[in-house]
Design a protein around this ligand. Structure first.
Ligand SMILES: [Zn+2]
Length: 316
């Protein structure tokens, strides 16, 4: 049996996992992200953790049984593994995979963007299992996107491949997105975006809604009330998901994936949400019949990144 390590590096914690060639997660753990020295500190921590983990496993030889380490990074990664800048990790101008490989005595390593890696993980062992072309959208604080085409991540020339969250869906948005743009999908369909849309709708009409009684409205509140038949909440959530579906309809006609996978905190709203997206997706494009594609809920949760990072190292 062969094994790979997946390291999903986030701004506050690093998730690590050992996965076997059949896709079983045999151990996982987390360490804090120790920033500083342009990434050298947390890279050293990762190398130490990997050595320690295999030293404790009598049945696995790190030299003979481990194919390598895959890394997910919360920022743009160029096809050759170059990271120009990653604000969340306080690093710039580095080759993370080369760095980690050197720290591990030449063990093979690869790096990719975290949203892309999560998409690869869902394709391999999650909602996309059995498929090789998927598009994944993570609806959290922001909107993350990843496209896997025929088993390979589409990183793009500038590391911007699959950045669905910053595709423009509204022309006259006065507020600025985190990226500096205006009218990005993220401003309407992320957890924060869903709340923003709901508040705007409440301010623009006097329709009754139970949303008005909630002091610190959350995306979950909007989803729950929409499910419960609150009309304004439903209208507001439909607007948000409509914007998402609009973008997915373009992806459908660009890379034409087998399945769209919806993940992140907002996806806990379940099939209510995916049905809404699926219906709107059918409205926005007429080439692919609605029963030919699938809008599915992500199934790996926070482990998607570990799975996908490890998958970078397994042969196809
Ligand atoms: Zn943006």
């Amino acid at each position: 049996m062969k094994y790979c390590v997946g390291a999903d590096i986030g701004g506050t914690t690093i998730k690590l996992g050992i996965i076997d060639e059949e896709g079983a997660l045999i151990s996982k753990w987390e360490i804090p992200t120790r920033k500083g020295e342009n990434g050298l500190l947390f890279m050293k921590d990762i190398a130490d953790e990997i050595r320690k983990a295999f030293a404790e496993k009598d049945d696995i030889s790190m030299e003979e049984d481990v194919l390598g380490v895959g890394i997910g990074i919360p920022g743009p990664v160029l096809p050759d593994g170059y990271v120009e800048v990653c604000v969340n990790l306080d690093v710039k101008d580095i080759y993370p995979a080369k760095l980690l490989s050197d720290l591990l005595g030449g063990m093979p390593a690869k790096v990719a963007n975290d949203a892309n890696v999560a998409a690869l993980g869902e394709m391999w062992q999650g909602a996309g299992k059995g498929h090789d072309s998927i598009c994944m959208v993570t609806l959290g604080t922001g909107v993350g996107g990843g496209i896997v085409n025929e088993g390979r991540i589409v990183p793009g020339t500038h590391g911007a491949g699959g950045e669905l969250g910053h595709m423009r869906v509204v022309d006259d948005e006065p507020e600025q997105c985190n990226c500096g743009g205006h009218g990005c999908l993220e401003q309407y369909a992320s957890a924060t975006g869903i709340v923003r849309v709901a508040k705007r709708m409440m301010a623009s009409c006097s329709d009754e809604s139970r949303m008005r009684e909630i002091e610190d409205l959350s995306a979950k509140d909007v989803c729950d009330l929409a499910k419960d038949g609150d009309e304004l909440a439903l209208r507001s959530l439909s607007y948000s998901m409509d914007k998402l579906a609009f973008i997915l309809s373009h992806i459908a006609l660009a890379t034409d994936p087998q399945v769209f996978v919806i993940g992140g905190g907002v996806s806990r709203a379940g099939t209510f949400l995916t049905d809404m997206i699926s219906e709107a997706l059918g409205r926005y494009q007429s080439i692919i019949k609605a029963d030919k594609y699938d809008v599915a809920l992500a199934t790996l949760g926070n482990n998607a990144g570990i799975y996908g990072a490890a998958k970078l190292m397994f042969p196809d």
